[in-house]
Design a binder for this molecule. Sequence first.
Ligand code: SOE
Length: 392
Amino acid sequence: MSSSRPALGVGMVGYAFMGRVHSQAWRSVGAFFDLPVTPVMAVLSGRSARTADAAATLGWAAVENDWKELIRREDVHIVDICTPGDSHAEIAVAALEAGKHVLCEKPLANTVAEAEAMVAAAGQAAARGVRSMVAFNYRRVPAVALARQMVADGRLGEIRHVRAQYLQDWITDPEFPLVWRLQKDKAGSGALGDIGSHIVDTAQFVTGQNLTGVSALTETFIRERPLAGDSAGLAAGADGTGRGEVTVDDAALFIGRLSGGGLASFEATRFAAGRKNALRLEINGSLGSLAFDFEAMNELWFHDHTLPAGDAGFRRILVTESDHPYAAAWWPPGHGLGYEHTFTHEVKDFLEALAAGTDPTPSFADGLRVQRVLRAVEESAANDSRWTAITG
Ligand code: SOE
């Protein structure tokens, strides 16, 4: 569809879960969206001997074993960072300084200090026309984008409550191995950073408001786990060589205030047995309410409180009509989208911003804002849930 447009070479670092889903997005985006540029899957970087196989399977033309070499390449214009959080800052700052646009997985970094360095590098790069974006993909679920539009259009009136949950169950079994997502030095935090970061970003995105302070509880239910043979991802097998300490939270609960005066509650856990990827959001405003659950991601529920009580109820909007966000590019009404499409939408919006010379969102500054909430949650939880303002 977009083959006669200028080409932009993509270099991706990391090829586990996020690398696979980003590859799918880069592969398919030009087939469904009429883009102003053509992304070229130029090079994949990974440290292990499996990188070449991964590149062949996922559709990357070349391989580098050192990400620094990937950044140096002239055929790479965009660096897509799909590694654990401990390397985000180093790779992103180096890429931006080398004049490469950067798409970076979430959470932006493992600490506020790293995120601040990334924002500073992004600011300097932007002055040279080099752009950056953090990959909070759930903003690009059509139903979530529609929810934001409805709030912005005033359909909910004044926002009083936000109830956000991200519920998974993949580490409920105490014998599930100690993968990198359970190690603080690699992941920064546990459920809090991995999935709590998503609900903080989604809540702030949909309401257009920021959290100003929090009071929090965190817990680690299983403190030791079998060492992981290969800590590649969610399904890694244990290698039977002993046990190691879980150094992150298993669950985080917090309440907060929104800049517009509303109250918000958040729950992030990987111990909600039976819940697989339940990113849920309910918003109550003076004129109505919205409810969303990613496990039924093509649906948005709306209660219009201006209607006569007898008629109002909650009505289901099937977010697959051609006038819904992103939907027209895909299938006929009612046929629905999945998890991977959110990443396709993400790279589509990213590429359009690059072509237009505008700053894509969410920006690194948005990622830093989320990082400050995560830090406040950890500080509050470490201090008997003391109220902790979000500063900076
Ligand atoms: C694991 O909890 C995980 O893959 C997250 O890392 C992703 O960000 C989320 O989209 C799904 O769950």
